[in-house]
Design a protein around this ligand. Structure first.
Ligand code: SF4
Length: 604
């Protein structure tokens, strides 16, 4: 390949035959889809959108980007890309830590697993080779113990381990891949796909070995300019000064609550009285012990905590905003110690922390409304019952078994689909779209089911970035979401941490990419066009998989039931109006990409 920056090697692992084929990325794909999310989707597309997600043919792709493992700030993200067993869409889920960097240092742009081993296996990646080993002794163990055993077995400091927990083994449809114990590729059920292939873990051994930019003279300046944005004291990323660095993502708990955008009790309310006791500020005052970070990141947004007294003793990282909300306010639980305990347990079992909290809250509302008897349900804030049910979900037993295939099948079995706070089968995250309307459009039009990260509109609606918008206005949100979705599709393909977008923009992304791979010209407009191409490829895949007109929707609670709290009182999310504007700027026909748009963007 003539592009610089890449390792030039993808390990194609057939688990059925336990053989590995090493090939470079097709150059045309690298130029059009970059890496990480975009390139992963292109590999998944190749297997065909009609594929059964749990069939051996569904590719499970662990993807780096061309900046991964370099000096580029926040360049330690790994994208796990596959067809989702939860949603039936293509999905990508990203995790931090050092696994992505180490995979790059070991000489790989990606690992792509197909087939199904005839028994439990794990992969060992070292010196440009992949070996498949027996994992019979690891099957049945949690992610934490699996990671510890494999670290001891394969030794040394220069090691990262990815693992699924029991949830993935038991094909729970929202199970995750974990690394560094608590860094999750949580969304979309990528761990379930691993379980279906009998793939328990991946060990990667490699010492630090920064990839060198193709244009070395210009790299220093591109890196310095991007780092300068992250370090700027006026941004929330500013180390030890900005909100993200001081409190982690959970700086958002009090903010969302104040503006009436914090869903509580399965989003029956838009405010939670005791949210302050779940907040990043409260965590910092009470149980915070350390601020860990990821490869090449001075922000250190991870928040390690320790609970030393009471029934919920735990030491773990990290109490993030999403799980603190999903297992806290969303379930009527105001006890941060129990939330930390449950997040740790969720990580060990290998479950998506957003999805499990939303599944529990759907069961709680069903119990409240007497759609199921109390003996088969859950009460709001019943912490110890929540803990027991989470474990039951991972092992598909007891009442938890009813939640293991996702929220939609559970509430449909009750005859009450209105209890599902989901889009395309995936649970909505921690932003109530009656108080942050752009997020409603983002949930509805996300290509992987409800997602806050496709085009993170609160960055604009809460005034974090220069492009500021009114959180309660629907006008202009179609254009805003398209822009943000395209930017994030590009940065997810580099693959940089989401939070870089609080300080950097498409100019910095484009310039770092240009000098790393060695192009004469690639500017912010090229970055936006590339992001748009990736977004349209995902949409085209989903269209072919059966998601057509009417597939971009919201739970009716958000569009029909007015907000009942200060900040957003009386508001609903005007999705229909925003969709008209959005489809217009996208050039789509009711959610379907026309052939002329595919040709215009050179999608295929
Ligand atoms: S901002 Fe947080 S999640 Fe992102 S790279 Fe830094 S420490 Fe990791």
């Amino acid at each position: 390949m003539s592009l610089g920056g890449y390792a030039g090697r993808v390990g194609h692992v057939d688990l059925t035959s336990r053989t590995v084929d090493y090939r470079p990325i097709p150059e045309e794909w690298a130029r059009k889809y970059v890496g990480g999310r975009g390139l992963g989707v292109r590999y998944v597309y190749e297997a065909g959108p009609a594929i059964d997600p749990l069939s051996p043919e569904n590719p499970l792709c662990f993807m780096n980007g061309p900046l991964t493992g370099s000096e580029a700030t926040m360049s330690g993200r790994l994208a796990v890309v596959t067809k989702s067993p939860l949603t039936g869409t293509v999905t990508d889920s990203h995790q931090g830590g050092w696994t992505a960097a180490r995979l790059r240092w070991a000489g790989f742009d990606a690992l792509i697993f197909t087939g199904r081993a005839n028994g439990p296996v794990y992969a060992v990646v070292e010196n440009g080779k992949v070996e498949i080993r027996d994992a019979s002794d690891l099957w049945g163990k949690g992610a934490h113990e699996t990671i510890q055993i494999l670290r001891e077995r394969h030794g040394g400091d220069d090691i990262s381990v990815e693992a699924i927990g029991q949830a993935g083994e038991n094909l729970v449809k929202f199970s995750a891949w974990m690394n560094e114990n608590d860094r999750a590729a949580g969304r979309g059920g990528t761990g379930c796909v691993g379980g279906s292939k009998n793939l328990k873990a991946i060990v990667i051994k490699a010492a630090r070995n920064y990839p060198r930019a193709a244009n070395r003279d210009e790299w220093k300046e591109a890196h310095r300019a991007a780092l300068g944005k992250i370090m700027d004291e006026s941004t929330i990323t500013s180390p030890r000064k900005g909100g993200l660095s001081l409190y982690g993502t959970n700086m958002l708990m009090n903010v969302s609550n104040t503006i009436g955008a914090l869903g509580a009790r399965n989003s029956q309310e838009t405010h939670f009285d005791n949210a302050e006791k779940l907040s990043g500020e409260y965590v910092k005052e009470t149980i915070l012990i350390h601020d860990p970070t990821c490869h090449a990141c001075p922000v250190a947004c991870k928040k390690e905590v320790e609970v030393t007294d009471g029934p919920y003793k735990v030491k773990m990282e990290s109490v993030e905003y999403e799980p603190a909300w999903s297992l806290g306010a969303n379930c009527g639980n105001d006890d941060i110690n129990s939330v930390a305990f449950m997040i740790d347990m969720t990580n060990d079992l290998g479950l998506d922390a957003i999805e499990i909290g939303q599944a529990l809250s759907a069961m709680m509302e069903a119990t409240q409304r007497e759609y199921i008897p109390a003996s088969e349900g859950l009460a709001w804030g019943a912490r110890d019952d929540m803990i027991e049910t989470i474990r039951e979900v991972a092992f598909r037993r007891g009442k938890g078994a009813r939640l293991a295939d996702g929220i939609d099948p559970f509430v449909k079995s009750l005859g009450h689909p209105e209890l599902a706070m989901t889009v395309k089968g995936q649970a909505t995250p921690a932003y109530d779209p009656r108080g942050l309307k752009g997020m409603g459009l983002g949930y509805a039009t996300s290509n992987r089911g409800a997602c806050h990260l496709r085009g993170y509109s609160p960055a604009s609606e809460l005034g974090v970035i220069g492009l500021k918008t009114d959180p309660l206005a629907w006008e202009g949100k179609g254009e805003l979401l398209k822009l943000l979705q395209d930017i994030h599709a590009f940065s997810d393909s580099l693959d940089l941490c989401k939070f870089s977008a609080f300080a950097e923009g498409p100019e910095e992304y484009a310039e770092q990419y240009r000098v790393m791979v060695g192009l004469d010209k690639f500017d912010m407009n090229d970055a936006l066009t590339t992001g748009e191409r990736i977004y349209n490829l995902e949409r085209h895949y989903n269209n072919q998989a059966g998601f057509r007109e009417g597939s971009d929707y919201l739970p009716r609670r958000f569009t029909d039931e007015p907000s009942n709290s200060q900040g957003s009182m009386g508001q609903v999310c005007e999705l229909d109006k925003m969709l008209i504007e959005y489809y217009d700027v996208r050039g789509w026909k009711d959610g379907v990409v026309p052939d002329e748009k595919l040709r215009e963007l050179a999608v295929l």
